[in-house]
Every structure is written in structure tokens, then in C-alpha cells.
Design a protein around this ligand. Structure first.
Ligand SMILES: [Zn+2]
Length: 105
């Protein structure tokens, strides 16, 4: 188990996880259920971990390209509307960030 990415918020962590898994790399998001302790907004610190250390180097190479925008550009402009809550979602997301519904649902 190795940490590969620290995300700014949960949707980013899940985006990275989904991207890695689409490339056959098993990843886990940690930390998304932490709270500030004051009953307010959750602490937006999430990290993505690679389950199999042997996949780490490949995962890192893929992720570097991904975060640099090589993959994001493929999705540019492809917004979609959540079938459940109607939220407009950026093309790189496969699930609604607001209600969690899947794009194809
Ligand atoms: Zn939604």
C-alpha cells in the first residue's frame, strides 16, 4: 500500500482513483470521512493509495500525464447533466459530485 496522490477534495481523489482503475490499477481513497471536529464542513484532505506496490511506478507515470492535462483535454467541453439531481458535471467525472449518481444511471 503506497500513497500516490494527495487531493484537494473528495471529487478529485475519486477522479484519480477512477482514472487509475480504468487503467487496471487498484486504488483506494482515504481520509474522506474526516471532519473538522467542529461539526462543520469535512476536512477536504483526501489521499489516493495504490493497493499493489508493484503497480506504483506505472500508476505514477499515468497520473503525471493525467494531472498534466493529457487526459483532461480529451474530456474538455464534454459536460453532462446528472440524471438524478440535474447538476451540470464536468466531462472528466463519471459520477455526480453532488449526489453521487453515475453518469449512465
Ligand atoms: Zn446528481
Amino acid at each position: 500500500m503506497k500513497q500516490i496522490h494527495v487531493a484537494k477534495h473528495a471529487p478529485e481523489a475519486h477522479l484519480v482513483k477512477g482514472f487509475l482503475e480504468s487503467n487496471g490499477i487498484t486504488a483506494t481513497v482515504r481520509g474522506e470521512f474526516l471532519t473538522s471536529g467542529w461539526g462543520e464542513l469535512p476536512v477536504d484532505v483526501c489521499s489516493v493509495w495504490i493497493s499493489d506496490d508493484r503497480q506504483f511506478d506505472r500508476a505514477q507515470a499515468l497520473l503525471v500525464a493525467f494531472l498534466r492535462g493529457d487526459f483532461a483535454r480529451q474530456f474538455h467541453g464534454q459536460h453532462w447533466r446528472c440524471p438524478k439531481c440535474g447538476e451540470q458535471i464536468e466531462g472528466q467525472f463519471t459520477d455526480c459530485w453532488k449526489c453521487g449518481a453515475a453518469r449512465s444511471a
